[in-house]
Design a binder for this molecule. Structure first.
Ligand code: GTP
Length: 321
């Protein structure tokens, strides 16, 4: 196999700035969902907080700490483990342990043989049995609430656990866009004996994103809806991050000769490669055919989300703080 060497461009130190309001996504169902979660706390024994492993710090909703965490035992599941480097796992573990998260499990809900998925119920029941159950001490069944920001894989985790323990098909609705689950759902049984039920909840973000770069990372991982931020802005941030990581797998994918820092050049090349054009009305009255940069941006970002550029830990810079 030949290894390509590239003449590297001078790395830029910034990415396209986006208006903070574009990163503000807190529709009504999120506020309502948060209230429903708080109300449900008395009927659950444990909270499972799911994160996207690519953004273990940026993807954390700090409001959960004051609203739904603290009363019941708590497990952090870092899902989409297949999209980060194997060697990043221990770095993330160390950082989160330093931040006070001791019950951590990495999962890949797309794999039927994931070891992490296998560990969730045994760890959860162990934690419940070693904590006071308060109003639920007479209950024979266990109930756990699955929380997290949008699109991190909460429903997928419930389905994976149900599949593993009951060999039953999916019961929670999974989708590739943020905001599929819009209210706290009915209990879903995932284990027979002792009975274990899980509550799926809507993904909830903070009402305001304080840091633009964290917001762009959330957008890149599909925790916000793309059209709110803009596909070309997300694509620009992706290009900036891949260059910063020294990950040039995008060069061939986009049909480029060399790495580039220019998102316009990258998208033009990709649109040309895909043959994506659009008709644009000209001032003279007719139509001009132009390369469709928006479709190219969508395709670039989707390729990243599908793992086409290999594993990427977006929060690497936050692990040393
Ligand atoms: N690569 C990868 N993709 C995953 C994994 N788990 C879930 N997904 C994908 O992530 C997307 C979101 O999954 P969901 O289970 O719907 O996420 P959610 O957190 O319930 O989403 P909301 O209801 O929007 O809050 C889907 O396209 C899943 O197929 C995983 O471990 N690895």
């Amino acid at each position: 196999m030949s290894i390509k060497t590239y003449q590297l461009p001078k790395l830029r130190e910034c990415f396209k700035l986006v208006d903070k309001n574009a990163l503000h996504w807190f529709p009504g169902h999120m506020g309502k969902g948060m209230k429903q979660m708080q109300q449900q706390l008395k009927s659950v024994d444990l909270v499972i907080e799911v994160h996207d492993a690519r953004i273990p710090i940026s993807g954390r909703n700090p409001n959960f700490k004051h609203t739904v965490l603290g009363v019941r035992p708590h497990i952090v599941v870092l899902n989409k483990k297949d999209l980060i480097h194997e060697d990043a796992v221990s770095q993330v573990e160390q950082k989160l342990a330093k931040d006070g998260f001791s019950n951590l499990i990495f999962t890949n809900c797309k794999s039927h043989t994931c070891n992490g998925v296998r560990k969730v119920i045994p760890l959860a029941t162990k934690l419940i049995n070693s904590s006071p159950r308060f109003n639920r001490s007479e209950q024979k069944d266990f109930c756990m609430m699955v929380i997290g920001v949008p699109n991190v894989g909460k429903s997928s985790l419930i389905n994976a656990l149900r599949n593993r323990h009951l060999h039953k098909s999916n019961a929670a609705h999974v989708g590739a866009v943020a905001g599929v689950t819009r209210s706290v759902q009915n209990r879903i049984k995932v284990v027979h004996d002792p009975p274990v039920y899980l509550l799926d909840t809507p993904g909830v973000l903070t009402p305001s994103v304080s840091n633009i770069e964290s917001g762009l990372r959330l957008a890149l991982c599909s925790c916000l809806q793309d059209h709110l931020v803009g596909e070309e802005v997300i694509a620009d941030y992706l290009l900036y991050m891949l260059n910063k990581e020294g990950n040039f797998a995008y060069v061939e994918y986009l049909g480029l000769e060399q790495p580039t820092e220019s998102i316009s050049l990258a998208l033009l090349s990709h649109a040309r490669k895909l043959g994506k054009t659009q008709k644009v009305r000209s001032v003279e009255g007719g139509y001009n055919i132009r390369f469709d940069l928006r479709s190219a941006a969508q395709s670039f970002v989707h390729a990243f989300r599908a793992g086409k550029f290999g594993p990427v830990l977006l929060d690497r810079d936050k692990l040393t703080c």
